[in-house]
Design a protein around this ligand. Structure first.
Ligand SMILES: Cc1cc2nc3c(=O)[nH]c(=O)nc-3n(C[C@H](O)[C@H](O)[C@H](O)COP(=O)(O)O)c2cc1C
Length: 382
C-alpha cells in the first residue's frame, strides 16, 4: 500500500487500522517538521481527538472508543519537543468479538458505498475485511492527532481553523461572521453555529436514522488570519494542496472555494473582489468570492472552503451486492454500528487536514522567502 504520508516539510505519516489483530491493536502518526522547544502536551492532542471520537450522543456511532493518546516520541526529559519526529499512538479498545464475527459473515461480499470492491482488486483475499482496515473512518484518528500538532504550531502564528456544519439534508445555516461562528462553535451535536438550523438538522437526521438510513451534509471550513503569499503558482497552488489534503479524507465528494460553484452563474463584475488600502497601508479585499486564494496564493482574506460529505455507507436497509468469491449477486442487510451522519464528527478530521496543508504551505513560503530577499516595499505589505 502506498501513499501513507502527507506534506512536503511538515509531514504526517499514519499507520494502523480499525481492527488490527491482537491486544496491541492501535493507530499511530509520526509527525515530521516539529520545531524544538514547544510545550506540546498530551492534552493538546487529546482535545482534538475528543472532537472526533465516537460513542457519545445520538448522532454518532455507538462504538465505544475512548481514543486516549500517548506521545511516545519527540518529547525530551525537559517536557518540550526536541525537534525529533513526534510519535503519537492511540489504542483500539472496543474491538468486540461479536462485531468481528459480523464482519467475518460478509467478508466476501462488498458493501455498497464502502471501499471493499477496489480493495479486492488491489489486495485480493489478504485485504483487511474486518472494519474496513485503512479505509475505515477510524484511520482518521492518526490524522487528527497529527493535525493537532499542526494547529498548535499555527496558533503561535495566530492562525485559527474552524469547521462547522453548513448544510444538512436541505436545511441551511444562515450566513454568519467569524465571531458569531466562533461563539457558537460545538454548541450542539451536529456542530452548527446557527442554533435554530441545528435543531432542525438534528431532528431530520434522527428521522432518517429511524428509517435505518443515513444523511449527508456540507461542512464549511474557515482559516482565519492567514498571511498573504502562501502557495506556489503552478502545481502546488494553495487551493490544490488544500484540495489534496481534504479529498484524501474518506466520504468527501466535493470541495469548493469562496463563491465555488456559484461562479457559473456570476458576472465578472459580481465575482471580482475589489482591493482597497487599509489605514495602516495593507492590501485587503472588499468581498471574498475567491475564498482567500488568488492565483494559487493566499491573498490575506480568510480561506473559506465548503466540502460535501456523503451519507454514511453502512445502512440498515436491505441492499443487493456481489459475493466476490462466488461471483454471484447476494442480498445484504448490514447490522454493524454506524454514524447516522458523518458531519457531526468529520469536521475534526477536516480541520486537522486543513491545518497540515496550511502549515506545510507556511513552511514552504518561509523557506522560499528566506532566500528570495524581496524589496522591502513589497514585504511591508504583508
Ligand atoms: C471520521 C469518519 C468516520 C466514518 N465512519 C463510517 C462508519 O461508521 N460507517 C461507514 O460505513 N462509513 C464510515 N465512514 C466512511 C467510509 O470510510 C468511506 O465512505 C468509505 O471508505 C468509502 O470511501 P469514499 O466514500 O471516499 O469513496 C467514515 C469516514 C470518516 C472520515
Amino acid at each position: 500500500m502506498l501513499g501513507n504520508t502527507f506534506g512536503r516539510i511538515f509531514r504526517i505519516t499514519t499507520c494502523g487500522e480499525s481492527y488490527g489483530k491482537g491486544k496491541g491493536s492501535a493507530l499511530a502518526v509520526i509527525v515530521d517538521g516539529v520545531p524544538p522547544g514547544l510545550k506540546l502536551t498530551r492534552d493538546v492532542i487529546q482535545n482534538e481527538l475528543d472532537k472526533r471520537k465516537p460513542g457519545h450522543g445520538k448522532l454518532n456511532s455507538p462504538r465505544k472508543e475512548t481514543d486516549q493518546c500517548e506521545i511516545f516520541a519527540g518529547i525530551g526529559q525537559d517536557g518540550v519537543t526536541t525537534g525529533a519526529p513526534v510519535g503519537i499512538i492511540i489504542y483500539n479498545v472496543d474491538t468486540q468479538k461479536v462485531h468481528i464475527e459480523q464482519y467475518r459473515a460478509y467478508r466476501d461480499i462488498f458493501r455498497p458505498g464502502h471501499a471493499a470492491y477496489p480493495f479486492f482488486l488491489k489486495y485480493g483475499e489478504a485485504q483487511d475485511w474486518c472494519g474496513a482496515g485503512r479505509a475505515s473512518g477510524r484511520e482518521t484518528v492518526g490524522r487528527v492527532a497529527g493535525g493537532a500538532v499542526a494547529k498548535f504550531i499555527l496558533q503561535r502564528e495566530k492562525i485559527e481553523i474552524i469547521g462547522y456544519t453548513k448544510e444538512c439534508m436541505g436545511i441551511k445555516a444562515k450566513d454568519m461572521t467569524w465571531a458569531e461562528i466562533k461563539k457558537n462553535y460545538r454548541k450542539n451535536e451536529i456542530n452548527c453555529p446557527d442554533l435554530e438550523a441545528a435543531r432542525k438538522m438534528e431532528k431530520k437526521v434522527l428521522e432518517i436514522k429511524d428509517e435505518g438510513d443515513t444523511a449527508g451534509g456540507i461542512v464549511e471550513l474557515i482559516v482565519h488570519n492567514v498571511p498573504p503569499g502562501l502557495g506556489e503558482p503552478v502545481f502546488d497552488k494553495l487551493n490544490a494542496v488544500i484540495a489534496h489534503a481534504i479529498c484524501s479524507i474518506g466520504a468527501i465528494k466535493g470541495i469548493e472555494f469562496g463563491a465555488g460553484f456559484r461562479v457559473g452563474n456570476m458576472k465578472g463584475s459580481e465575482n471580482n473582489d475589489q482591493p482597497y488600502m487599509t489605514k495602516d497601508g495593507k492590501v485587503r479585499f472588499r468581498t471574498n468570492n475567491a475564498g482567500g486564494v488568488l492565483g494559487g496564493f493566499s491573498n490575506g482574506e480568510d480561506i473559506v472552503v465548503r466540502i460535501a460529505v456523503k451519507p454514511t455507507p453502512t445502512i440498515s436497509i436491505e441492499q443487493t451486492s456481489i459475493n466476490m468469491k462466488k461471483m454471484k449477486e447476494e442480498k445484504l442487510k448490514p447490522i454493524t454500528r454506524r454514524d447516522p451522519t458523518l458531519v457531526a464528527r468529520i469536521y475534526a478530521v477536516a480541520e486537522a487536514m486543513m491545518a497540515a496543508a496550511v502549515l506545510d504551505s507556511l513552511y514552504m513560503a518561509r523557506a522560499y522567502d528566506s532566500l528570495a530577499r524581496l524589496d522591502k516595499k513589497w514585504l511591508n505589505l504583508k
